[in-house]
Design a protein around this ligand. Structure first.
Ligand code: ZN
Length: 341
């Protein structure tokens, strides 16, 4: 039976999502990796070719293993990037390296710096090499070649981009197979998500009216009223793009500081996935509680209903969607890509 496979690898702090379409097109969204074990080495054991690599934003936790991907012979056939975000200039912080007198710390930072420079160089090399536009006939995003899988990418319009905030370049990807929809995000920040939603609705509601409207939705049956809301949403708007997905990869690794309620309410997922490593600092705190908090049913994972899965606790998460719309979700063991070894 035809199936779409979407795997969220446990890459510690970062993202690496692997989409395999029913016609065996391999699409990677981001290439974050564990430091101690290369995701590219692993991918080489299961994929002969990467048809497309999409980078949601050019930052280390999303392109850590790019150089290695090339080294193991898996340079993607197509590179999908937001060219406005390139060339990458700020991957490492020079000031940090000069701010200590501790020799061990300096040596560690110097190693880190040379690695960061290599990642930056590879990203910029890729940016310079992949300049040919891709014809629709050979594009893995063409649903005709993917047994009906639709993959759409949203790049934020220029007016929302803050050149000093790399996160603001983050794109979103919507995947649809039969009636099942999955939304992938990058490190999208809360204010920008909210601003884009409010801009979409500003023709219909002023900000205060929007809040009133939202409260009225909360007080009544959300799902029914969402249809009324949908009537007011312009086709092909950002709001239209994000609305009603079954699975959400949480923006900015599920960080509390970037939880956007308006965004979450519109996506209204059954299952949210958080891709991050264990908590070392307060700022890495994630928002499982709020992502648990909608009236949708969760999805069944290992015979239990779940609304939130995290790579830090559940390991690699593998989602299989079949053409009859049935699904299966496997989780791995913390610390390994599949957890079967
Ligand atoms: Zn990130």
């Amino acid at each position: 039976m035809n199936k779409l496979v979407v795997t969220f690898y446990n890459v510690g702090h970062g993202n690496c999502t692997h989409i395999i379409t029913p016609t065996n097109q391999h699409i990677l969204v981001d290439i974050g990796s564990l430091e101690e074990y290369s995701i590219s080495e692993f991918l080489r054991t299961i994929s002969g070719q990467i048809d497309m690599l999409h980078l949601t934003r050019p930052h280390k936790d999303h392109l850590y293993d790019l150089a290695r991907l090339k080294e193991v012979g898996l340079s993607p056939r197509i590179l999908s990037i937001y060219r406005r975000a390139f060339p990458v200039k700020h991957l490492y912080n020079q000031r940090l390296y000069n701010s200590s007198n501790n020799q061990r710390q300096i040596t560690k930072w110097q190693l880190q710096q040379s690695l960061d420079k290599k990642i930056q160089q590879t990203a910029n090399d890729f940016y310079n090499i992949y300049t040919m536009p891709v014809s629709w006939n050979s594009n893995p995003l063409n649903p005709e070649y993917n047994s009906g899988v639709t993959i759409k990418i949203d790049f934020p319009p220029n007016k929302y981009i803050n050149p000093d905030d790399q996160n603001s370049y983050s794109s979103l990807i919507s995947i649809e197979y039969y009636d099942v929809k999955i939304l992938l995000t990058g490190d999208n920040n809360r204010d920008m998500l909210k601003e884009r939603i409010l801009d979409d609705t500003s023709d219909l509601y002023s900000l205060s009216q929007y809040n009133l409207f939202e409260n009225s939705l909360r007080a009544r049956n959300w799902d029914v009223n969402l249809d009324h809301y949908r009537l007011g949403v312009k086709k092909n708007s950002f709001t239209d793009f994000i609305m009603n997905h079954h699975v959400l990869l949480a923006p900015h690794h599920g960080r509390t500081t970037d939880f956007c309620k308006e965004f979450f309410d519109l996506v209204n997922p059954n299952l949210t996935i958080v891709s991050d490593k264990s908590i070392e600092y307060d700022s890495q705190d994630t928002t499982s509680d709020v992502y648990n908090n909608n009236n949708k049913k969760g999805l069944v994972v290992n015979k239990m209903e779940r609304k939130v899965l995290t790579t830090r606790k559940d390991g690699t998460i593998k989602l299989m969607i079949y053409e009859n719309e049935e699904y299966e979700i496997n989780t791995g063991i913390k610390g390994s890509f599949y957890g079967y070894d």
